[in-house]
Design a binder for this molecule. Structure first.
Ligand SMILES: [Ca+2]
Length: 183
C-alpha cells in the first residue's frame, strides 16, 4: 500500500505540471483513498470505504457521504432538516477536505447550483466551530478574500461570489445546504 501511495504521489507531481484539472483531481481523490486505507490497515475499524447512494457524493478525505439539498432554509432550519434524516450539516474538518469541496463546486455543474450553500460551521462565543463537534475550523486558507467579514454573520457558507470558498453569512438568510452522513 505504501508503494502505491508513493507511485501516486509521483504521478501527482507529474500531473501538477499539466493543465488537466479534472484528471488531477481524480488522482488526488484516489490518493486520499489510498492514504485512508494505509493509515487504517492495522486497525479493525474504518477499513472499508463506504459506498454512497446515487444522490450523494463520497468525500474521500472523511469517508462520508454528502448531498446538496435544493430547498432554501435558514441555517438553524437546515440543521434541523439534516438531523431529522439522521444526518448533520456537512463539515470539512481539514484543509484538504475543505478544498475538495471547493473543487467539487468548481468542477461539477450539479454542485454549482445554489450560489451560496450552508455548511455546518458556526461562530460560537467568538470562535468558528463545526456544529456538534469540538473542532474549531482548521485553517483560514479556505476563506474567500476578505472573509470572515462582519461580526453579525455567524454561519458558514460556500459562496460562488468567492470562487466557492467559505463566507460568513447572516444565519437567518435562506440558502440551499449540504447534509452529510457517515454510512
Ligand atoms: Ca461574509
Amino acid at each position: 500500500m505504501v508503494k502505491n501511495v508513493d507511485a501516486m504521489e509521483t504521478r501527482l507531481e507529474v500531473l501538477e505540471e499539466s493543465t488537466n484539472l479534472s484528471q488531477l483531481l481524480k488522482i488526488a481523490n484516489q490518493m486520499a483513498d489510498l492514504k485512508l486505507n494505509s493509515s487504517d490497515e492495522n486497525q479493525e475499524q474504518n477499513k472499508t470505504l463506504i459506498s454512497c447512494p446515487s444522490s450523494y457524493v463520497r468525500n474521500p478525505y472523511s469517508n462520508t457521504c454528502i448531498t446538496r439539498v435544493s430547498e432554501s432554509k435558514a441555517w438553524e432550519d437546515a440543521k434541523i432538516f439534516c438531523e431529522s434524516r439522521g444526518e448533520y450539516l456537512a463539515t470539512f474538518e481539514t484543509v484538504e477536505s475543505a478544498f475538495w469541496l471547493v473543487n467539487l463546486r468548481t468542477t461539477d455543474p450539479d454542485w454549482q447550483q445554489g450560489a451560496e450553500i450552508w455548511l455546518g460551521g458556526r461562530k460560537m462565543n467568538g470562535t468558528w466551530r463545526w456544529d456538534g463537534k469540538s473542532t474549531a475550523l482548521a485553517d483560514t486558507l479556505y476563506w474567500g478574500t476578505g472573509q470572515p467579514s462582519v461580526f453579525i454573520e455567524e454561519c458558514l457558507t460556500t459562496f460562488a461570489g468567492f470562487d466557492y470558498q467559505f463566507n460568513d453569512e447572516e444565519c437567518d438568510n435562506i440558502h440551499h445546504f449540504i447534509c452529510e452522513k457517515t454510512g
